[in-house]
Write a protein that binds this ligand. Sequence first.
Ligand code: ARG
Length: 587
Amino acid sequence: TVTENLGSLKQQLEKLFGESLRVTVPDELDVPPIITPCKDLKHGDYQCNNAMSLFAKIKGKVPEFKKPQSVGEAIKNNVPKSDMIENCTIAGPGYVNITLSRQWMAERIHKMLADGIQTWAPKLPVQRAVVDFSSPNIAKEMHVGHLRSTIIGDTLARMLEFSNVEVLRRNHVGDWGTQFGMLIEYLFEQNQNWEAAPTEAIGDLQEFYKQSKTKFDEDSGFKERAQKAVVSLQGGEEKYRKAWAQICEISRKEFDKVYERLDIKLEEKGESFYNPYIPKALELLSKENLIEESEGARVIFVGGIKRPLIVVKKDGGYNYASTDLAALWYRLNEEKAEWIIYVTDVGQREHFEMFFAAARLAGWLPAEDKYPKVSHVGFGLVLGEDGKRFRTRSTEVVKLVDLLDEAKNRCKEALVERGKAQEWTGEELEQTAEAIGYGAVKYADLKNNRLTNYTFNFDQMLNDKGNTAVYLLYAHARICSIIRKSGKDIEELKKVGTLDLAHPSERVLGLHLLQFPEVVEEAVTNLLPNILCEYLYNLSEDFTTFYTNCQVVGSAEETSRLLLCEATALVIRKCFYLLGIKPVYKI
Ligand code: ARG
């Protein structure tokens, strides 16, 4: 079914006030309407803030505008008639405060219930995007930084997909480079039987990595053989390719355990994939005279930063930057991506800035605000409670799988303590524990601005009070139980019932629901999932206020209020979905 997407409240108001501006100041065609939500709902729902800046611009030119208020007055009077707006008033130096029509708001929510929440999807100016996220390194541990990248990247991909953008979810795993010579050589020397039973031959891959590294550092003969192995691997020698593939496969299985728990979909195109494209990419850069010789290496001076970007190492080998340049070329030209998003810790910011700058110098990318666009989504560290980098008790690195399992198990224990083992089937218990546990880990990461470091704390994230996934999941389950307990068929009510927002708390809740499209749009355009988390938390608070002030089941307004409950549950579930959190319906 084709359903109409009307755009967000903000966009619709921008349209109306844009038309007003064109009439009010016909000579100022380039002035965009400035519409923001009112901070204090006592004044109105939205405001138009154009009058002051406009007045400063046209002062003297238009004689009837003697003060900013008169500009505001004219803007207000020239707004085309619309069912959307109840009334406008002028405040202070010319703000136009806008009160939306209660009936229009109610109808709009009802329409979403009928047509589906997809009709509230933001519209973005891109068709296809690459999200490069997670991207751990083969044979090394997948650490909490990769966990953050996985969680943030998945959310961004989900928000883009909801906005009807085709997303290429890319796992840019570190599966190429000189360390493989060492690993392969060590494998050959340690175990004659590596081909038949690679898993046994390697055992714990991280341990294996450590041992081979030690040998590499201490044994010069081994080092030499390892360096030769790199050449054989890169030359495509079968035995070496095979060993490499087996090492990769063992790593992949470990990574998949994390992806499976967190329900992450992504397609691996590792560094090795782009290796054949490097010479061509470098040739293109060379043609633009960007590559020069410096201290034996081949480099690009990108300006601004003193250090140049090394694209061919002294020994003639390629590196992280050459791979990223080739991958960028591929994504732009072969995959035709219009927005390429890289999710890594902020520590890598300079690397991204430098190769983005190189691509801009080469003319691969237009000016920064134009598409195709590249964005580095940086994030801060995960800290332990001691304020230092996160580790487990044993001071060893944290195994992500263990971390996730602990979150789940703690949730399970809490549910068992509340008697759920008797009440539910074993499967329900498992699924609920997983939804809460993994959801809590994700939400704790996403709720803060990604650039700030965040402290990993089970007790905090699993608390059922405060701004946590647990609290939000409870809030949602409670709404579902209100609807269930009413005994009413909600699908039927959607068809025959009407929705009204008569009580002030109903109106506040309704307005908040209607702001979902613009919030998602803001979150996805600025690549800031915390904006959506904040919205979600405030929404559940508004629901609580509504539910405290307005009786639902058994009241004269029951039908309307049940519909409002259903709309709230729908929006909350969509937020959960976008944040990668699975809803639960009873808790
Ligand atoms: N493998 C890298 C790391 O673990 C992250 C790769 C990010 N993506 C990219 N295209 N550079 O730090």
